[in-house]
Design a protein around this ligand. Structure first.
Ligand code: PRX
Length: 632
């Protein structure tokens, strides 16, 4: 509940005109209406805003928690709402996807053109034997074909599993194997900082470890020579020229709860989890959150700088904007290539009106000074956004002052792969406090609780939980429903455990503190200690490894690895480099440890669990605290 008292702390009030013309309903009224009749309100929105092939019988089925279902019995397809329905409107010839390559290549696809491309590729996938429910792995850079591939899968009811192009061999292999994909879609390479990321080579190496994939479709992007395995690998452009690439393939009418995609993310322990999202609820959630929070209108040019390989890209580069019939911009390369003003140059040239990015990028660009953004006309911007980790007030203020010229409110959106859409976030009319994600999205019952699951008092730190279901929530962990229950719903029965700690101030504003599990956020990327540790021990020199995150000024956290070497192996500086490269090769460059320290033992509890708290204290030169449970 928002207090009616004057707000405490440093508060930024929204510009009057923005509030007057905003898309979103009155916060208090809609939040209360949703808390009173959650299913009724979401049912109304779902009916009014989307087209369904057949209506649902039950808006929310909560008879078997935590396996909640939404719009039960309804028939729908997210692609029908993201593409097909726009073709009968004036939006047919509106730009859907505006793309810029790192080398300044430009492409724009109207709704008509994107639809046509998606239809053709969907026919190709059909011809390759991809059926409803089959999983397809997509491993590409930020190019239009990744959007086409995702939508083509969804159109025929196949389930896409996008693996971030910055991941490498073992991470890709593990995700292909777990999803049991028969078809994989990749590119010859991706441009990054003027260099080529050899996606196809990495795919080839991963496939040597994964026998499930029978067909690999390769998009030509960089044009360098790549190996094409006869009988397995096919060029995208060759397939799209064949008569099988029909343009009139119908969009599959699916059950609202039909799986839309898997997206792997790191959790507390063990291998990454395949988070499962479905057509109906995810569609309603992502479109509504984007419409209300970022106020998207038909004359906006929306730019979410994330990668489609992460949830932010799925929800807010691809599905959300297209569902709203908006223009979504995608940029292929690095923010500072060839110069630190590349992003500001893009904003100016394309007239970007709403920019959504991550604190790590803001901090990185801030370091180059104000002159780079100041040489560009950024007056098209009207709203800004932040996601991925807590934004420090210094970066918030710089973003607000230098990029937004003090005119553009900053929507600091807290959410997760699992939640599918924004959960704690301002709306354009919300008074802002730098560093706070502010208030729950309408209908979201967020709270901060203690060890016993009791709400804590103002400004006390505790576990961030969600106490009611929402349409875009994950449905399960693919192939492991027990883990879904155990990981998210067992610590406090009836509450979704986010894995974050937070505090709520006297005004009800949420301040996210960070992860309380073994997840490390490096430059906003979510990495699990287990995946990095297993990459380290897969090297013949390493017997045991433990990984922690330590604070880093730009990246948020940096990876600090402790390794016990196999007997007889010399701990040399060269070995440090070899191990860092090994992690980059197995997991990806983002997972490279910033520091590696060789030790002869690791602090463990009597039950054998590594005491990361002790390691962290040691890495930071702090007091190691209570060591009474230490075994070694
Ligand atoms: O720790 C929180 C942090 O990112 C985690 C979710 O990571 P991922 O599933 O990769 O999704 C990132 C994009 C939605 C959360 O548990 N996080 C995300 N947004 C914020 C945040 N922390 C603070 N403030 C945010 N706005």
């Amino acid at each position: 509940m928002v207090s009616t008292k004057p707000l405490t702390g440093e508060v930024y009030y929204p510009p009057e005109h923005l509030v007057r013309h905003a898309n979103h309903p009155d916060y208090e009224a809609i939040h209360q209406a949703m808390l009173t009749d959650l299913a009724g309100e979401w049912g109304r929105i779902a009916r009014e805003e989307f087209e369904w092939f057949a209506p649902w019988q039950k808006t929310l089925d909560d008879s078997n928690p935590p396996f909640y279902q939404w719009f039960v019995g309804g028939r729908v397809n997210i692609v029908h709402n993201a593409l097909d329905r726009h073709l009968n409107t004036w939006r047919r010839n509106k730009v859907a996807l505006l793309w810029e390559g790192e080398n300044y290549d430009q492409r724009s696809l109207t709704y008509h053109q994107l639809h046509r491309e998606v239809c053709r590729f969907a026919s190709v996938l059909r011809a390759m034997g991809v059926n409803k429910g089959d999983r397809v792995t997509i491993y590409m850079g930020r190019i239009p074909e990744i959007v086409v591939a995702m939508l083509a899968c969804a159109k025929i009811g196949a389930v896409h599993s996008v693996v971030y192009g910055g991941f490498s061999v073992e991470a890709l292999h593990g995700r292909i194997e777990d999803s049991q994909s028969k078809v994989a879609i990749t590119a010859d390479g991706a441009w990054l900082r003027g260099k080529i990321v050899p996606l196809k080579d990495i795919m080839d190496e991963a496939l040597q470890r994964s026998p499930t994939v029978q067909t690999v479709i390769v998009v030509r992007r960089t044009g360098q020579e790549v190996h094409m395995e006869p009988g397995r690998d096919l060029w995208y452009h060759d397939l799209m020229r064949l008569p099988i690439a029909e343009t009139c393939i119908p969009t599959e009418e699916l059950d609202a709860e039909h799986p839309l995609f898997l997206l792997y993310t790191s959790g507390t322990t063990g291998k990454p989890k395949a988070i499962l999202h479905t057509h109906g609820g995810y569609m309603v959630g992502v479109a509504t959150t984007l419409k209300w929070v970022f106020d998207l209108k038909d004359d906006d040019t929306w730019w979410c700088t994330a990668d489609p390989g992460w949830i932010t890209g799925h929800s807010y580069i691809v599905y959300g904007p297209l569902l709203l019939g908006a223009t979504t911009l995608m940029y292929e390369g690095a923010p500072n290539h060839p110069f630190p003003d590349r992003w500001w140059d893009i904003v100016e040239r394309h007239g970007v009106t709403v920019l959504y990015t991550a604190p790590t990028a803001i901090r990185g660009l801030m370091r180059f000074g104000d002159a780079w953004p100041n040489r560009h006309d950024l007056s098209s911007l009207r709203l800004l956004g932040s996601v991925g980790e807590p934004i420090n007030p210094e970066a918030w203020k710089w973003y607000h002052r230098v990029i937004g010229k003090g005119r553009c409110p900053i929507m600091d959106t807290w959410w997760q792969t699992e939640t599918g859409n924004f959960m704690i976030t301002p709306l354009p009319g919300t008074p802002l406090k730098p560093g706070s994600a502010t208030l729950p999205f309408p209908g979201v019952q967020a709270d901060v609780v203690d060890e016993e699951g009791r709400s804590v008092g103002p400004n006390e730190e505790g576990y961030l939980v969600i106490k009611s279901p929402w349409p875009a929530m994950l449905r399960t962990i693919y192939g492991d429903p027990d883990r879904y229950v155990q990981q998210y719903w067992s610590r406090f029965p009836g509450m979704y455990l986010t894995g974050d700690s937070a505090r709520k101030d006297e005004d009800g504003y949420f301040w996210i503190i960070g992860r309380v599990d073994d997840v490390i956020k490096v430059s906003g990327y979510r990495l699990g200690t287990a995946e990095i540790e297993s990459a380290l021990v897969s090297h013949p020199a390493v017997a045991e490894a433990a990984v922690i995150g330590v604070p880093d000024e730009v990246r948020g956290s940096a990876i600090y690895a402790y390794c016990i070497l196999v007997q007889g192996v010399e701990p040399t500086p060269r070995l440090v480099e070899t191990l860092r490269e090994h992690v980059a090769h197995e997991v990806g460059p983002i997972a490279k440890p910033a520091h590696i320290e060789f030790v002869t033992s690791l602090p463990k509890t009597r039950s054998g669990k590594i005491m990361r708290r002790v390691l962290k204290a040691r890495a930071l030169g702090m007091d190691e605290g209570d060591l009474s449970t230490l075994e070694e």
